[in-house]
Design a protein around this ligand. Structure first.
Ligand SMILES: [Zn+2]
Length: 159
């Protein structure tokens, strides 16, 4: 079987037609080698704004940026108001001290219950530094602590 040879004429025709397909302002197909005019660019950006992403796309993005994939992921913990918050999924963070207290007492904490940091350091979540108490008692506790602190200050001044 002999290989089919293409005549020089045909080759030239092919070259020209492929050139016509892929380049030049006369190109009827695709955007190869062409640039959008500023006007067209504005039109495109206008048509893209407010466009909803497909659920598939959202899912993909969520998978990429979730958890370890996220540049902002810091092991699921971050600090707020001195408390260490722990990621518990579904866009929720809860105070790490509550998780530790729950493990220590072997049951879930009620919303009416509070975890007090005995040494006053809110990021010190050691079991021995935590005290589970009712919200109301917790407030009383802090009022007393404040009074004590004020008293100490007065004493310091009078000394
Ligand atoms: Zn407290």
């Amino acid at each position: 079987m002999s290989r089919k040879t293409i005549s020089a004429e045909t080759r030239e025709k092919l070259r020209v037609s492929s050139k016509r397909l892929h380049a030049g302002p006369s190109c009827p197909i695709g955007m190869y080698g062409r640039k959008h005019s500023e006007e067209t660019k504005a039109k495109i950006s206008l048509s893209m704004t407010g466009k909803k992403k497909s659920p598939d796309h959202v899912q993909k993005m969520a998978e990429i940026f979730r958890g370890d994939g996220s540049k902002r992921w810091k092991g699921g913990e971050h600090k707020k108001d001195g408390y260490v918050l722990t990621w518990v999924g579904s866009h929720r963070y809860i105070k790490r001290c509550r998780i530790i207290a729950q493990k220590a007492i072997g049951r879930e904490l009620k919303t009416s219950e509070c975890v007090h940091h005995i040494n006053g350091n809110r990021s010190d979540d050691r079991k021995e530094n935590l005290l589970v108490c009712m919200n109301s008692y917790h407030q009383v506790l802090h009022q007393r602590m404040k009074k004590c602190a004020d008293k100490n200050k007065l004493q310091e001044v009078s000394l």
